[in-house]
Write a protein that binds this ligand. Structure first.
Ligand code: HSE
Length: 296
């Protein structure tokens, strides 16, 4: 038997919550067809001809399935066909979608014997392949939907949050920012005065989602630690942020490790206007880009 899953894009960090907050987008999503094999083998293929590592252990969908099979006492394997709709390297959780989609589909074929937490554990091996480090801020929202807080990954402690209706505008400038590089440039030490402002915002953002307090969400979308370093990789970032907020966006910033930038809006009309503002800036700078509006 086989199954088809739609595995959505996600926005990690949500500005102040580096590695601990993420949200699931309505679109784009990868389409993955997964089949059970009667031999212990993992095959991952691309439906669109874009190149994938031959070795499943080096593949973001393959590595999690290898981990899952270690916990399965049967002579089985999986064949995965990926229709990649989420552009790799765009900063909206392309690798997480492959990893999460693979384990969710495989789990279904195994009669849902693993919990969501276990699926996240397996899927994080895909993130390790992709960026060198395990993190769950794309995988958790991809599997749970909505907004998730990853309070801890060792041990794993995921808190799904309720969130109000929000529209998300994303601009993907066609520049390359590798997650591994965007992590390597970060400072390893944080000043206490910055840490205080940061955890104030993380608490504020979580409370804002739970209380459906849009102003609080907007006030909390500031990052004193990561954004000042990473924003240098994105031309026009400061201007973009200022203009989008002036036009009514609640706030936003770098999506995951970039280069995509996202903005949250309460109204769809505002989110559409934000897309225009983003487009105008990258057109003027002369960088090819792609914008889209979706919702959580
Ligand atoms: N939290 C991660 C980062 C997400 O910002 O490096 C990137 O996939």
């Amino acid at each position: 038997g086989g199954i088809r899953v739609f595995s959505p894009a996600t926005v990690a960090n949500l500005v102040c919550g580096f590695d601990v907050l993420g949200l699931c987008l309505h679109e784009p999503y990868d389409i993955m067809d997964v089949k059970l094999l009667d031999e212990p083998n993992i095959i991952v293929r691309s439906a669109d001809g874009y190149p994938l590592p031959e070795d499943p252990a080096q593949n973001t969908a393959g590595a999690p399935l290898i981990e899952m099979l270690k916990e399965v006492d049967e002579n089985i394997g999986f064949e995965v066909l990926i229709h990649k709709r989420i552009k790799p390297g765009s900063g909206v959780g392309s690798s997480a979608a492959s990893a999460a989609g693979a384990v969710v589909a495989a789990n279904h074929l195994l009669g849902n014997r693993f919990s969501k937490e276990q699926l996240i554990q397996f899927a994080m091996f895909g993130e390790k392949v992709a960026s060198g480090v395990k993190h769950a801020d794309n995988i958790a929202p991809c599997i749970y939907g909505g907004v998730t807080l990853i309070r801890s990954i060792f041990p794993l402690d995921i808190i799904p949050l309720t969130a109000p209706n929000l529209y998300v505008t994303v601009v993907h400038p066609q520049i390359e920012v590798r997650t591994a590089d965007a992590r390597a440039i970060l400072k390893q030490k944080v000043l206490l005065k910055d840490a205080i402002k940061q955890w104030g915002n993380v608490g504020g953002l979580v409370a804002g989602f739970l209380k459906e307090d849009y102003d609080l969400i907007g006030r909390s979308l500031e990052d004193f630690i990561i954004e000042p370093v990473r924003s240098m990789l994105i031309p026009g970032f400061d201007e973009l942020k200022k203009k989008c907020k002036a036009a009514g966006a609640l706030g936003g910033g770098i999506s995951g490790s970039g280069p995509s930038v996202f903005m949250l809006s309460k109204e769809e009309a505002t989110a559409q206007q934000i897309a225009q503002i983003m487009a105008a800036i990258f057109t003027r700078i002369g960088i090819d880009f792609h914008t889209y509006v979706t919702r959580i």
